[in-house]
Design a protein around this ligand. Structure first.
Ligand SMILES: [Zn+2]
Length: 240
């Protein structure tokens, strides 16, 4: 009766045994080690790779409406669209252009693992008509408009991205393992060539009945099995 398990045993018995050499063991140790170092590198990259951006949340124009009989007018602030910034204002005295800016920091590589949004800041550009002494009043007027629009951000927020952490750690794990493989590759090749040359030399000596170790002509002591010069065995088990 046909027994698949007997067949499997047969295949297993006849399959070529793969022996791990010292380079394979170093690579294997690297795989384990890099799994622990990768998250540490991701953490370090958060301070090494920082990209800052700034975004203007809104534009505000501060101006003064002329008062009666040359008296000082009333300071007013209005939210404007970005395309209105170049438009001239009729009948009012422009005082300052204000931008509400929010800076952000994106940290980490290859993916952004941490994202910080800072509290928004007002950037005031005073026009020639506005003396420096009036800047606090300009700021107050603009701030009231920003708060009224609900655009003012008062506190920094830091967000950590868990999925990016996992992916970046995996990427660093793979990159470190590949780097180790690249370092080991020429060593593997050198070792392979050294072994192959050495085997060829020793086999050539054995073929001529010389000692494989020192090359002494051992024709007359071949039955003793040992080299009279250096004492090593004259027959080697072939290396696979
Ligand atoms: Zn010898």
């Amino acid at each position: 009766m046909w027994n698949p398990f007997a067949m499997l045993r047969e295949i297993r018995r006849n399959s070529r045994r793969v022996t791990r050499n010292r380079f394979d063991r170093v690579q294997g140790a690297g795989f384990v080690l890099f799994a622990f170092t990768a998250p540490f590198i991701v953490w370090r990259m958060e301070s090494l790779r920082v990209r800052g951006t700034s975004e203007t949340l809104m534009f505000v124009r501060v101006y003064e409406t002329p008062g009666e009989n040359g008296a000082r007018g009333r300071m007013q602030a209005t939210r404007i669209r970005e395309d209105e910034r170049t438009a001239s204002w009729h009948g009012v005295l422009p005082l300052a252009e204000v931008e509400l800016v929010q800076r952000s920091e994106w940290r980490g590589w290859p993916l952004v693992t941490s994202h910080t949004e800072f509290a928004s800041e007002m950037e005031v550009t005073r026009l020639a008509t506005c003396p420096a002494s009036r800047e606090p009043a300009v700021r107050n007027a603009a701030d009231a408009v920003c708060r009224g629009a609900g655009m003012r951000v008062d506190a920094d927020t830091v967000r950590s991205h868990a999925a990016a952490w996992v992916f970046s750690s995996g990427a660093w794990w793979v990159m470190q393992s590949l780097a180790l493989a690249a370092v080991l590759a020429p060593l593997r090749l050198g070792w392979f060539l050294f072994r192959r040359t050495r085997t060829a030399v020793r086999q050539g000596r054995i073929d001529r009945c010389h000692c494989p170790n020192c090359g002494y002509n051992a024709k007359h002591s071949i039955l003793r099995g040992r080299c009279p010069e250096c004492g090593s065995e004259l027959y080697e088990r072939p290396e696979f």
